[in-house]
Ligand binder design. Structure first.
Ligand code: PBG
Length: 325
């Protein structure tokens, strides 16, 4: 039976009626805030391509974590901005590096906050690639050892979740075995399972100073044209023991978020990446869009697609507004 009996507009007539039939909502606890942690003390350097985001020294990262916590954002994901980089990315597992020190400091100040450690080599290698090089190619299996060391270093510092973002084959199984071998069987892995190569991460790379010195990431990150391959990557990571699946970049991959939601039972996380944030901020600064509403609509779209969790640079601003309204 269709029109005139069926009239979907009946349920849209008043604000309360619309609220009653609203299928999805965003809560501050769905959001994970990325923090860029650098060396030094009292450092809070703005990142020009990510207005409102900063490179923070450990002490400032703790303050930022506290601000997030106070508005209900209960988790952060940390990225390191080390002073020192080398060919082999040894800074990724330096226990005195900014990330392990920030993990310790945040867990000390806010023991219940969930601290995720992004685990990758690109912020620590002089060549900017996500792994170790052999004849100018990224050597998969050699990189697994580095990732294991990095994951252990963050777990020892108290990280609640290890989040490998490198796209090496077999890294989930490898990190799982390394963690289990040192008594960290309780530490979950959030795998960046389907992560695509492209221009999506430009502002992040400016922030993290991690643009590859030569070539690009297409031999390890996926081709944006591929959907079946993304499902294969996710299935492999689940088999290897991933506890969460992460899909990235978010707005460009809503189809995959839905696929993942329907195919897997584990929590699904989506990464609202740096270029998505920068586009909204830039258009907002130009006065071309209603920024606050677009942020709401972006986050809701992730939830509608099926995401449980959203890594987003909008976390603090959105949660502050949500709290005051
Ligand atoms: C590290 C990593 C990157 C991002 C998250 N982890 C950069 C990259 O792969 O080049 C990008 C996040 C963003 O753009 O917001 N491998």
């Amino acid at each position: 039976m269709a029109f005139p009996v069926q009239r979907p507009r009946r349920l849209r007539r008043t604000p309360i009626l619309r609220q009653m039939v609203r299928e999805n909502s965003v809560s501050p606890s769905d959001l994970i805030a990325p923090l860029f942690v650098c060396e030094g003390q009292g450092v809070q350097t703005p990142i020009s391509s990510l207005p409102g985001q900063f490179r923070l020294s450990v002490d400032r990262a703790v303050e930022m974590a506290r601000e997030l916590w106070e508005v209900g954002v209960l988790s952060v994901i940390l990225f390191g901005i080390p002073d020192y980089k080398d060919e082999i990315g040894s800074g990724a597992y330096n226990e005195n590096g900014p990330v392990p020190r920030a993990i310790e400091a945040i867990k000390h100040a806010l023991p219940d906050m969930i601290v995720l450690a992004d685990t990758c080599a690109c912020e620590y290698t002089s060549h900017g690639h996500c792994g170790l090089l052999k004849n100018s190619e990224v050597d998969n299996d050699a990189t697994l050892k580095l990732l294991n060391q990095a994951a252990l270093c963050y777990a020892r510092a108290g990280a609640d979740v290890i989040a490998p973002s490198d796209m090496m084959d077999g890294r989930v199984a490898s990190i799982r075995a390394a963690l289990d071998g040192e008594g960290f069987s309780h530490v979950p892995i959030m795998s960046y399972a389907a992560k695509f190569a492209g221009a999506f991460y430009g502002p992040f790379r400016e922030a993290a100073d991690s643009t590859p010195a030569f070539g690009d990431r297409r031999s390890y990150q996926m081709d944006i044209a591929n959907r079946r391959e993304a499902l294969r990557e996710m299935a492999l990571d689940v088999e290897e023991g991933a506890d969460f699946l992460l899909i990235k970049p978010g707005l460009f991959c809503l189809d995959l978020v839905r696929d993942a939601r329907e195919r897997f039972e584990c929590p699904i996380c989506v990464y609202n990446v740096s270029s998505e944030y920068a586009m909204i901020k830039a258009a907002g600064q130009m006065g071309w869009i209603d920024e606050a509403r677009l942020i709401d609509e972006t986050l809701l779209s992730f939830k509608r697609a099926g995401a449980d969790l959203i890594i987003t640079y909008h976390a603090l601003e959105w949660a502050q507004k949500a709290k005051s309204s």
